[in-house]
Ligand binder design. Structure first.
Ligand code: 3SL
Length: 247
């Protein structure tokens, strides 16, 4: 397995695709996606634009859908939810399809949606991501941060580092380093691994969310390995929970 880290989707090569793309938006899209599927959502349909979300979700039974729209960290008017993973309760999500559009995370997903395999990662499900990659052992793996409007986000790269460090230390499957960003991401994670919440507080998007009252969101998003759910793309933009027998 050859591992690459890209801090943002804008920095990923545009002419080639990996065997497995791992999209990361710790604050908060991929944390929300994993949580929604973990509590029983039937699937999460992701959209770069709010217009296409509205258009596609119109064809889905109203009692079976939840529309979530976030821009600039805030809920978009007229949507059921914003992008807080803490809104994803079993009561709300069970057997529903979550239609989600966020500022950067769903855009990053779209950038690599043609890869043979697309999964999403966050700190909360890091262990399952590692387990899956070691089991599948794809030739090339890209860990892609969503960043913020083209810029680098600390929390996405630290998650890439958490995954990369576990893969590089696994001791059974040979894993090689594909670019310098892997080394940088592992160094970042090594520095902050015991203080991930403090890193979120220092990160620019963490500060943006704190300004919007997102203290509890930051706490949840900074927690490592608390769920086993692995979101995997079934068709472009549509994520489902990987069956636990496949992990
Ligand atoms: O940028 C994104 O896609 C979001 O996850 C941003 S937020 O955390 O919902 O503000």
């Amino acid at each position: 397995m050859k591992l690459f880290v890209y801090h943002t989707s804008e920095l990923t090569p545009s002419q080639i695709l990996p065997d497995t793309a791992v999209v990361i938006d710790v604050l908060r899209a991929t944390t929300t996606i994993a949580t929604a599927l973990d509590v029983g959502a039937e699937a999460v349909a992701t959209f770069k634009s709010l217009e296409s979300l509205m258009e596609v979700s119109e064809n889905w039974p109203a009692q079976k859908r939840i529309r979530a729209g976030e821009r600039g960290g805030a809920k978009v008017e007229g949507y059921d939810l914003g992008n807080s993973p803490l809104d994803c309760t079993t009561e709300l999500m069970k057997d529903k399809r979550l239609f989600l559009s966020t500022t950067n995370g769903t855009k990053a997903l779209q950038a690599v949606e043609q890869s043979s395999t697309v999964i999403t990662a966050a700190l909360i499900n890091r262990g399952s991501v590692v387990k899956y990659l070691l089991k599948q052992n794809p030739e090339t793996v890209w860990l892609i941060g969503s960043g913020w409007e083209g810029g680098y986000s600390l929390e996405d790269t630290v998650c890439g580092g958490a995954i990369a460090q576990s893969l590089l230390n696994n001791g059974t499957v040979p894993v090689t380093i594909g670019n310098d960003e892997v080394i940088a991401a592992v160094a970042l994670y090594s520095q902050w691994q015991d203080n991930l919440l403090e890193l979120m507080h220092q990160a620019s998007h963490g500060q943006r969310l704190l300004g919007l009252g997102g203290q509890e969101d930051l706490k949840y998003c900074a927690t490592l390995d608390i769920i086993e759910t692995l979101p995997i793309q079934k068709s472009p933009g549509l994520l489902v929970k990987l069956a636990s027998s496949s992990l």
